[in-house]
Ligand binder design. Structure first.
Ligand code: GAR
Length: 215
C-alpha cells in the first residue's frame, strides 16, 4: 500500500475524490494524513468523516517558509507517507521541500498547463478568449504549476461563462482525473523519463474536441 499525504487549504472536493478512489479495491493506496494550512478548512471535516488522520499546520504561526515546510515534512514522515498530493493547497513550497520530494508530489491545477499557471486562471482564460480549457495533474517542480504532466482533461469554455461557471465545469473533470492519476501512480504504472511522464498500458483518447462543435 502506498501511503499518501494530501495537502489542502479549503473545501477539499478533490481530497474527497482521492479518499473515494482509495476505497476501491484496485487502488493500492491509502491516505495516511491530511494536512491543512488553514485550521478551519472544510476538507479537514471530510477527512475526519472518512476516518483519515488530520493535522492543521497554520502557516501564520511560522516565521519563515523554511520552518513551515520543515513542519510539513516532519508531519508527512511521521505518518509514514511516501507520496504527497496537493489538492487546492494554496501555499508555495520551498525549492528545498520540492527537491526532497521530487517525483513524489502530485499537483492538480485547473487549466491546461503550461497555459495559465497561477491564481485566477479561469478569469484569464475567459479574458484570452480561448474556447477550450481544462485541468492538469502533474508532478510538481519548484517553479509554480510546472512539472511532468501525468493526465489532462479538456473542458469547453462557453460564451456565457464567468470564472465561477467555468471553474465548476472544470472541477468535475478534476474529480475524474486526479483519482485516475493517483491510481496509476499507486499501481506503479507511471514513470518520469527525461522530464516526461510514461504511463504503462494507458488507453489514449481517440477523439478530437472541437469547440464550437458545429455551426
Ligand atoms: C481546485 O480547483 C484546484 O484545482 C485548485 O483549487 C481548487 C481546490 O478545490 N488548485 C489551484 O488552483 C492550485 N494552483 P477543492 O478544495 O474543492 O479540491
Amino acid at each position: 500500500m502506498m501511503r499518501v499525504a494530501v495537502f489542502i487549504s479549503g473545501r477539499g472536493t478533490n481530497l474527497q475524490a482521492l479518499i473515494n478512489v482509495c476505497a476501491e479495491e484496485d487502488t493500492p493506496a491509502e491516505i495516511g494524513l491530511v494536512v491543512s494550512n488553514r485550521p478551519d478548512a472544510q476538507g479537514l471535516r471530510r477527512a475526519a468523516a472518512a476516518g483519515v488522520p488530520t493535522v492543521a499546520i497554520d502557516h501564520t504561526t511560522y516565521d519563515s517558509r523554511a520552518s513551515f515546510d520543515a513542519a510539513l515534512d516532519a508531519a508527512v514522515r511521521r505518518a509514514r507517507c511516501s507520496t504527497i498530493c496537493l489538492a487546492g493547497f494554496m501555499r508555495v513550497l520551498t525549492g528545498d521541500f520540492m527537491r526532497a520530494w521530487r517525483d513524489r508530489i502530485l499537483n492538480i491545477h485547473p487549466s491546461l498547463l503550461p497555459s495559465f499557471p497561477g491564481l485566477n486562471c479561469h478569469a484569464r482564460v475567459i479574458e484570452a478568449g480561448v474556447t477550450i480549457s481544462g485541468c492538469t495533474v502533474h508532478f510538481a517542480r519548484p517553479e509554480l504549476d510546472s512539472g511532468p504532466i501525468v493526465l489532462q482533461a479538456a473542458v469547453p469554455v462557453l460564451p456565457d461563462d464567468d470564472a465561477g461557471t467555468l471553474a465548476a465545469r472544470i472541477l468535475e473533470a478534476e474529480h475524474r482525473i486526479y483519482p485516475m492519476a493517483l491510481k496509476l501512480v499507486a499501481q506503479g504504472r507511471v514513470r518520469v523519463v527525461s522530464e516526461r511522464v510514461r504511463i504503462h498500458d494507458a488507453a489514449m483518447a481517440g477523439d478530437v474536441l472541437v469547440n464550437p462543435a458545429g455551426v
